[in-house]
Design a protein around this ligand. Structure first.
Ligand code: ADP
Ligand code: DAR
Length: 342
């Protein structure tokens, strides 16, 4: 492989940090699973509009290609190579302050998880992925009480049901070009599916970007209830399914943006006045480490002044701090919206 030619307007962290010198240093390295630099950066080369541009193929990728991944991790999470990741799952430590939930349409908190001692999605075999689907769905189908529900493989799902679940914000989309370039969508839709309880307030995606995405969500702004349900589910699953975890990087994920807590706490919030003042909107988002997404999630546009607002950082902060980032940021956004209303 020769050094990739990045377009002049490339703004991804890959373009920024993969210098010709670093490329020469890493290009012939590979992990025990055979994952190479070429595979790690393929998505960022094929999608020049990538924000990040690199994916790991296994936990070892973060060590073998540390000189590249650590630069991305430090810039994205403001997390240095000497920092240590810590966890806090105590809902009572959340401070709602004067959060006005009247602007919040719905609340969703998700975590990513991958199976210990298994390759990540970009380099896993079909057999291994099918084994994960079989084993994890069997654990989930045994849940009782509020978490009780059923697993639905994509292979057995009608197009109509699949599209409705996507439209209702419960299921991941098909055909994500970043996942396709990275190898994360190989053998699609085999091994992929969604578990959800009867009320669709607890859901688990299997084998999309990460091997599990564990989700708690509901209408309205009861952040504490959503967080508490997620923590209960996380502990019940982890009691039966071992997750990939490292002292330095926390929970291991395919994309370096999802390391650590791998938690994205989001609200769908209607801010029609701020929508017309994106400069102020983005200034507040930057100040409170917020990520602004559209109404249909990543790479989508806002519709009707409804935005998906979430914490940006996921590593080097605890789960409580990730949710607190979102709460504090939403309070600031609502204050600004009220000022513009006046
Ligand atoms: P992630 O990768 O964190 O799962 P995405 O941006 O891919 O998130 O969004 C996945 C789905 O979840 C999308 O349909 C999105 O609209 C939906 N979603 C995200 N946050 C919320 C929320 N607070 N309320 C309702 N739906 C949400
Ligand atoms: N689309 C890839 C990943 C960015 C972070 N989002 C994830 N992991 N879903 C990019 O480099 O833009």
């Amino acid at each position: 492989m020769t050094y990739p030619t990045f377009p002049e307007n490339c703004t991804s962290m890959l373009c920024k940090h993969l210098t010709p010198e670093l490329f020469e240093q890493l290009k012939d390295k590979k992990t025990a699973n055979g994952f190479t630099l070429e595979k790690a950066i393929k998505s960022g080369i094929e999608n020049v509009d990538s924000e990040i541009g690199v994916y790991a193929g296994d936990e070892e990728s973060y060590e073998v290609f540390a000189e590249l991944f650590d630069k991305v991790i430090e810039e994205y999470h403001q997390f240095s190579s000497t920092d240590v990741h810590e966890s806090n799952l105590k809902a009572e430590d959340l401070n709602l302050r004067n959060l006005d939930t009247s602007y919040i349409l719905s609340t969703r908190i998700r975590i990513g998880r991958n199976i210990k001692d298994m390759p990540l999605g970009a380099s896993i075999s079909k057999e291994q992925r099918d084994e994960i689907e079989k084993d994890v769905s069997s654990v989930l189908n045994g849940f009782e009480g509020e978490l009780a529900g059923a697993y639905h493989p994509l292979l057995e799902m009608s197009q109509e049901v699949q599209l409705q679940l996507i439209e209702d914000h419960f299921l991941f989309k098909d055909g994500d070009r970043f996942l396709e370039s990275s190898g994360l969508a190989r053998h699609w839709p085999h091994g992929r599916g969604i578990y959800h309880n009867h009320d669709k307030t607890f859901l688990v995606w299997l084998n999309e970007e990460d091997q599990l995405r564990i989700i708690s969500m509901q209408q309205g702004g009861d952040v504490v209830e959503v967080f508490s349900r997620l923590v209960t589910a996380m502990k019940e699953i982890e009691a039966k399914v071992p997750f990939a975890y490292s002292e330095r990087l926390g929970y291991i994920s395919s994309c370096p943006t999802n390391l650590g807590t791998a938690m994205r706490a989001s609200v769908h919030i209607k801010l029609p006045n701020l929508a017309n003042d994106m400069e102020q909107f983005k200034a507040i988002a930057d100040k409170y480490y917020l990520q602004i997404r559209g109404t249909d999630g990543e790479h989508s546009q806002s519709k009707g002044g409804v935005f998906d607002i979430s914490n940006y950082r996921r590593l080097g902060i605890t789960e409580v701090e990730a949710v607190q980032d979102m709460i504090d940021g939403v309070i600031a956004l609502v204050d600004a919206e009220k000022s513009l209303e006046a």
